[in-house]
Ligand binder design. Structure first.
Ligand code: G3P
Length: 217
């Protein structure tokens, strides 16, 4: 499973990139607004830190505007992945961009039917929002399971990018289902490292090591 980080916070991206675990980055207009900075400049900096796909979302909703914005965004760096909304205009743009060899992430997916349309439009990634589906009392992970099954049935190349992740269980469940990518809020990525028995065991080992009076270097 690939790990993307879902943030536009350059400090967080630099810090977590040092783990060697990041395969890409996703941003959206809300994350850009939250962190400030000039959009194109922020994306360019992220692309320099992380060599994998970096999703930059268009703000246009109509085909011509989406295509005009995509043209600007994809010039920023080779690893920019154009993020488009799951609408008819967004998927039309997806089809044209994909045919031209541009990576496209189709966002705001809330149903398996939408995911099927995105795959048929040649998307590199489909982003189903599990947390927001859970928030309205539906089952976000069932949505992931359905999409993975459908894509496997037809050997679609589109990767299932699990988005709107709220905690470690979403990541583990998605990995069990074979989803290709999880985009993690920084706090969720950090939480994956933690286990109380690791902390307890390490404390014991360090205390016992101190009793030996030795040092390794
Ligand atoms: O980037 C899309 C997605 O991950 C947003 O998550 O927490 O705003 O539902 P959230």
């Amino acid at each position: 499973m690939k790990f993307f980080i879902d943030t536009a916070d350059l400090t967080e991206i630099r810090s977590l990139a040092s783990s060697g675990l990041l395969d890409g980055v996703t941003t959206n207009p809300s994350l850009i607004a939250k962190n400030g900075g000039v959009f194109a400049k922020v994306i360019a900096e992220i692309c320099e830190i992380i060599p994998g796909p970096v999703s930059a979302e268009v703000a246009g909703t109509e085909y011509d505007q989406i295509m005009a914005e995509a043209k600007v965004l994809r010039k920023i760096a080779d690893n920019v992945c154009i993020k488009v909304p799951l609408t008819m205009d967004g998927l039309r743009a997806c089809k044209h961009l994909s045919n031209d060899g541009t990576m496209v992430n189709v966002t705001l997916c809330f149903s398996a039917a939408q995911a099927l349309l995105a795959a048929k439009s040649g998307a590199s990634f489909i982003s189903p929002f599990v947390g927001r589906v859970d928030d309205i009392g539906w089952d976000g992970m069932q949505l992931i399971s359905d999409i993975v099954d459908i894509y496997n049935n037809y050997d679609f190349k589109t990767e299932v990018l699990v988005a709107s992740i709220r905690g470690p269980n979403h990541v583990i469940e998605a990995a069990k289902m074979g989803a290709h990518v999880a985009t993690l809020p920084p706090a969720v990525l950090r939480s994956l490292f933690n286990h109380p028995l690791t902390d307890k065991g390490l404390a014991t080992f360090l205390a016992d090591w101190a009793k030996t009076g030795q040092s390794i270097v």
